[in-house]
Design a protein. Structure first.
Length: 434
């Protein structure tokens, strides 16, 4: 009897039918025909391959573990959107809510959902009974810049009056134009407790530019840094103009409802499978985005959620742009750096060495900046470092959104305190170092 086992692979679904396997038989001379045994081995190998591929497909379609994307945990997503009472669906791929995933997030106010969406190149709309936050193409030059280049892109066209204020006492967050506001939103994520920490009381924070000098011992372990800045000038804060958040419709008690409770981190595939099993809805969605991570919260009208998922599925998933014009950026950056050095009283010898990329003896650093290497002091008050050891000096501008007081932070398994603010470093362009 002839059995056939054929393996068909379509997407991530594997179907088993028959392919030529025949038990070993004897030929006319009575000898075994080896080909049939070989066919069995090949068929068995194909079956093992099929099983392994099926397992791979199941692991990829079921979850987020295999994804190379940056994805915040369900617990952190739930806490971040805790104050949003409406049902919400968010495309959460590569959303970095804070710079340190171990810190405790503060919830985002509902009024800031539109600002949150803009910050991550997304938009927000009402889809019947719920809100959907989905990807859009960048709408401006600064929005298309990488996060490491947002400050630089803004600097090229920054208002000179704003630059002067940022160096001398700071600006309230409501004073900025659209591009400056975008810089603020990006910087806010660097607060130890996330964007929500500033969004809950933006009138208590001011933006400013500070200058950081870093010092590194060239022959032994050790480094230090020093921030140069001007104190924040207390001024009445101007009100912020926020992107409106649309209203949703109430649930119709006669419609099918699907409940995601306080929030679930899942995938498009798992969401549509649940809609299929619980509500009898069928989808035609590109398998390439089945594993796209989404966050779902609240009670949704089933049809509204289906439409919201299609909005996520149909959103643009990639852009490209040309590199930054560093020749123009270098002059603008160096000009602001010089102004900061003068305004903040950086010692001339330190500033010149940093500007030119030169080193200074360790002893000279201690004379000019006595506290720069306080952490390297011995119990007797001396240093284990030779006073003649060269120290490499560098500097950069840092964008700071500063509030008052301190906040608790998590350092691994320990806890500490941090200034109540956000710091976004802006490295000197390579061309500005000569």
């Amino acid at each position: 009897m002839i059995r056939r086992i054929r393996i068909l692979c379509r997407g991530s679904i594997f179907l088993l039918t028959t392919i030529g396997f025949r038990p070993s038989q004897s030929n006319a001379s009575g000898k075994q025909v080896p080909g049939s045994r070989q066919q069995f081995r090949h068929a068995f190998s194909l079956l093992l391959l099929c099983a392994s591929l099926t397992g791979l497909a199941q692991s990829q379609s079921s979850g987020l573990k295999a994804s190379p994307l940056r994805i915040e945990s369900e617990e952190r997503q739930t806490r971040f959107f805790k104050d949003i009472d409406e049902p919400i669906l968010v495309d959460v791929a590569n959303l970095s809510l804070t710079i340190d995933p171990s810190t405790e997030l503060l919830p985002l106010p509902k009024s800031w959902l539109g600002e949150f969406a803009i910050t991550f190149s997304r938009d927000i709309k009402a889809q019947g009974t719920g809100l959907v936050c989905y990807r859009v193409n960048p709408t401006s030059l600064i929005a298309s810049a990488s996060s490491a280049r947002v400050f630089h892109t803004w600097l090229l066209g920054a208002n000179p009056d704003h630059l002067a204020k940022l160096l001398n006492g700071g600006m309230s967050l409501g004073e900025f134009d659209a591009d400056g506001t975008y810089v603020n939103r990006i910087a806010m994520r660097a607060h130890p407790q996330g964007m929500g920490a500033i969004a809950n009381s933006p009138e208590n924070f001011r933006a400013r530019v500070v200058l950081e000098v870093t010092m590194k011992l060239t022959t032994s372990q050790g480094q230090g840094s020093k921030m140069f800045e001007k104190p924040i000038t207390p001024r009445a804060a101007q009100p912020l103009t926020l992107k409106p958040v649309p209203n949703v419709e109430p649930l119709n008690p006669t419609h099918q409802v699907i409940d995601w409770e306080d929030g679930k981190l899942t995938t498009i595939y798992n969401a549509i499978m649940r809609l299929n099993q619980e509500c009898g809805l069928f989808f035609k969605v590109d398998p390439k985005i089945w594993d796209a991570p989404i966050f779902l919260k609240g009670k949704w009208d089933a049809d509204d959620l289906a439409e919201a998922i299609l909005i996520i599925a149909d959103a643009p998933r990639g852009t490209y742009r040309r590199g930054d014009d560093l020749s123009a950026l270098s002059d603008a950056y160096e000009d602001l750096l010089d102004k900061a050095g003068n305004e903040f009283g950086v010692p001339e010898e330190i500033y010149s060495a940093a500007k030119e990329g030169h080193s200074l003896p360790f002893g000279t650093i201690l004379q000019l900046l006595p506290d720069a290497f306080a952490h390297l002091k011995t119990e007797e008050g001396g240093y284990t470092v030779s006073m003649r050891e060269p120290v490499q000096i560098d500097m950069r501008l840092v964008y700071n959104i500063a509030g008052t007081g301190i906040v608790p932070v998590q350092f691994g398994e320990g806890r500490g305190i941090s200034p109540n603010g956000a710091l976004m470093g802006a490295q000197r362009p390579k061309t500005s170092r000569g």
